[in-house]
Design a protein around this ligand. Sequence first.
Ligand SMILES: Nc1nc2c(c(=O)[nH]1)N[C@H]1C(S)=C(S)[C@@H](COP(=O)(O)O)O[C@H]1N2
Ligand SMILES: [Mo]
Length: 304
Amino acid sequence: MSGQFIGTAAAFGSGLSLLSRRSEAPEPTGIDRSGPHQTDELGGLVTPFALATRYNNFYELGWGKGDPARHAEVLRSYIAAHEPWTVTFSGEVERPGTYDLATLLGWGELQERTYRLRCVEAWSMVMPWQGVLLGDVLRRVGYTSQARYVQLTSVFAPETLPGQRSASLDWPYVEGLRLDEALHPLTLLASGMYGEPLPAQNGAPLRLAVPWKYGFKWAKSVTHIALTREMPLTTWSVAAPHEYGFYANVNPDVDHPRWSQATERRLDGQGGGLMEARQETLPFNGYAEQVAGLYAGQDLRRDF
Ligand SMILES: Nc1nc2c(c(=O)[nH]1)N[C@H]1C(S)=C(S)[C@@H](COP(=O)(O)O)O[C@H]1N2
Ligand SMILES: [Mo]
């Protein structure tokens, strides 16, 4: 694969030390690191940092789009109080155990990717990410011949996170991928964005980035990764099984039961906030060339 949306750490000098210290770093505020000519490989403008950090879905921090930014300090403090952040690997793995973030980030070469994030709610952003391949991490931990799926679990701290005090969703937030999706070279565990440590509202200190799937697959603030034989439960397919499936591939031909998925509002800061014109949604969010082969022979209307 080539193109400016995929790259490694070469241009990101002190990246690794930044990554390992990221949860202690001060939160960047009001920084717009997206230059006027920075785009994804399809020419889409990178969303301003200020918008990407103020219009979020992170239900652990509230249900409004502004709530995650408003409550970010709660998660920041939680992370600081739990240094070092750890991720526990279990299930069909060769070397189960709990590993700290710096160790995990050392298991892969640092990647720089500019990805579209397409929310199932029919808005989208273009954001630059830094992280490691989930595949590199899984190969390092090792998976058994029985492993077929990966489940990722987000932070669980109901005494701290305001959204987890209500039973609005089944907490903790869980998401999953088929093993071949998890091993795909587009699938990242991101620890930074816009060249900064991941802001709390965007899923600090470590979140999934899987650009051909709807945003709800991009689990934030990951604490557990389990390899499983059976398809794991996922939060949204449990909450509303007729609306959200396990696969959740971006697909303009399969509408949400309550709205069309044919178009999206691109939040690129050009239209005065949220007034951007709609644009067409692309199959697999524009990554079909790379990932369509994963689903050969599969009925993607049934496996939505
Ligand atoms: N743990 C957790 N992860 C989550 C969510 C959430 O509510 N909780 N929301 C998802 C949804 S619906 C979207 S669109 C993206 C939004 O990511 P962003 O706020 O960084 O743009 O995060 C996803 N990851
Ligand atoms: Mo979403």
